[in-house]
Each structure stands twice: as structure tokens, then as C-alpha cells.
Design a binder for this molecule. Structure first.
Ligand code: NAG
Ligand code: NAG
Length: 242
């Protein structure tokens, strides 16, 4: 926090002349207004006195906010013609002091960081999902720009057979593929891109049904996994009885 305050003071000093130029007009005695051409600077008026301020690095000025005037880029629409921003203040962890960012490279898209004053706190997406910086949510990796879904999931869809319009043959839109090393996981290929589906602890992928099924119906699982599945099922039945 101290750093932000120091920065804010420095920046106000640096932009002092601009602030003076802008301070002519406080629309209201108390409130904030945008600075032309900037997405993270704003004018704050207190009792009719204007002062130019900067949002912390990584946040943008949110004209619509009724409380704290700075927000994450996903929540703010910067309407300035030019979107000038302060220089980033990266740390060892973070590209900016504040915000949410993917942690890994294109082949490791499943983790993201919440950066808070330059400290990165790492979070995992649910298995098989990738952090989507466009939505700030965990998403199918094929839906995430800059994520290499095949590398991330360790699975490549078989090449699609060329469609034959003459014969009117209908290609399946979705194809199903077992994981080579986990009987409780399968992949759905949609337009040639894979998505990973986990069946849960007491189910496994039944290739004939093309869906998750009781482990006892899937002979391909190892005996250890079958045993564990049976135990979970027994525990569930037991819990239901009591
Ligand atoms: C502006 O805020 C100050 C306190 O910060 C308050 O005393 C004053 O009445 C406010 N002015 C208006 C017009 O709301
Ligand atoms: C078990 O594996 C074989 C060969 O990989 C496959 O043909 C069969 O459909 C699988 N059985 C089930 C129930 O998933």
C-alpha cells in the first residue's frame, strides 16, 4: 500500500501541470472524472478542489463506479480515444501490481495468479480447464486464445475425415476417445479440438456407451481403481441406508 501511495504522490507531482490545467472544471464538488486520453488516470474533486490521480498499476479508472474509482480491466470500459496507461511496474511474480494473469505458457494454461501489490497468489483451474484472460474464468482450453489445448491436455484429436458432400455422408460432430493412461478420463473432439472430461471417483469411461459408467461395467480399469470405485459405491449405499 505504501508503494501505491508513494507512486500516487510521485505521479501527481509529475502530472501536476496537467492536473492544474484540468482542475478548472469540477463537475461536482465531490466526485471523479476521466482524464482525456488516459485509461488509468482520473481527476478527483474534493470540496471543489481538483487533483489528478492514478489508479494502481494494472487497474483502470471506472467512470461508472460509485465507490472506489479503479477496477480490473474486465470490469471497466475505457471510452477514451487514446488509451494511454502508466508504465507497468512488474515484479518477479507479476506483470502488473494488480490483476489476474495466466501463470504458465501456452502449453500450461491451467493456472492463474491474482496479483495484489505485486505479490502473485496462484490458483488452479479445475482439471482440464484453462484460464481465460478474456473472461477471467476457467474455460475449455480450445476456447482460450494463446492456449495450446493439445499440448496442455496431452491429447491430439485424430484427423477429421474429409467430408463428402456428394455422398451426403454425415460426419459426427463429436468423437469420443479414451485416455491412454486413465480409464476414468476421456476426450471429446469437437471440430478437431480436444476437451478433457473426468468421470469422477466411482465412474469410468465406457467406450461402448461413449459415456461415464459404473466402474464395474468397465473391465478396462485396473483392479486397484475398480476396488476403490467399489469401496466408494459401498460407502454411498451405506450412507443412504442410515
Ligand atoms: C463533499 O465532501 C465533504 C466531506 O468530504 C462534505 O463536507 C461536503 O458537504 C461534500 N459536498 C457535497 C456538495 O456533497
Ligand atoms: C476396453 O478397451 C477396448 C480396447 O481399447 C475397447 O474396445 C472396449 O470398448 C473397452 N471397453 C469399455 C467398456 O470401455
Amino acid at each position: 500500500m505504501a508503494k501505491i501511495i508513494i507512486c500516487a504522490l510521485l505521479c501527481v507531482a509529475m502530472f501536476g501541470s496537467m492536473a492544474a490545467a484540468a482542475s478548472g472544471g469540477c463537475r461536482e464538488a465531490n466526485g471523479t472524472s476521466p482524464v482525456s486520453g488516459s485509461c488509468d488516470a482520473y481527476i478527483e474533486c474534493k470540496n471543489g478542489v481538483a487533483e489528478e490521480k492514478l489508479c494502481p498499476d494494472g487497474l483502470l479508472y471506472n467512470e461508472k463506479s460509485t465507490g472506489y474509482p479503479c477496477g480490473y480491466p474486465i470490469d471497466v470500459e475505457c471510452t477514451q480515444a487514446q488509451s494511454r496507461l502508466q508504465a507497468a511496474q512488474p515484479t518477479e511474480d507479476c506483470p502488473h501490481q494488480f490483476g489476474y494473469f495466466r501463470k504458465g505458457d501456452a502449453g500450461n494454461c491451467g493456472q492463474f495468479m491474482n496479483c495484489d501489490a505485486g505479490r502473485g497468489f496462484v490458483f488452479d483451474c479445475p482439471e482440464g480447464l484453462a484460464w481465460n484472460p478474456a473472461t477471467y474464468k476457467c474455460d475449455w482450453p480450445d476456447q482460450v486464445e494463446d492456449c495450446d489445448a493439445e499440448a496442455f491436455l496431452g491429447f491430439r484429436c485424430p484427423a477429421l475425415a474429409p467430408k463428402s458432400e456428394l455422398l451426403g455422408e454425415q460426419e459426427a460432430d463429436y468423437t469420443f476417445h479414451p485416455s491412454q493412461d486413465n480409464c476414468q478420463v476421456y476426450f471429446i473432439c469437437i471440430e478437431g479440438r480436444p476437451r478433457r472430461i473426468g468421470c469422477g471417483e466411482d465412474q469410468a469411461f465406457n467406450q461402448e456407451l461413449k459415456q461415464c459408467d459404473d466402474i464395474e461395467n468397465v473391465p478396462n480399469c485396473s483392479s486397484a481403481i475398480r476396488e476403490k470405485g467399489a469401496q466408494i459405491k459401498a460407502a454411498r449405499l451405506h450412507a443412504k441406508k442410515n
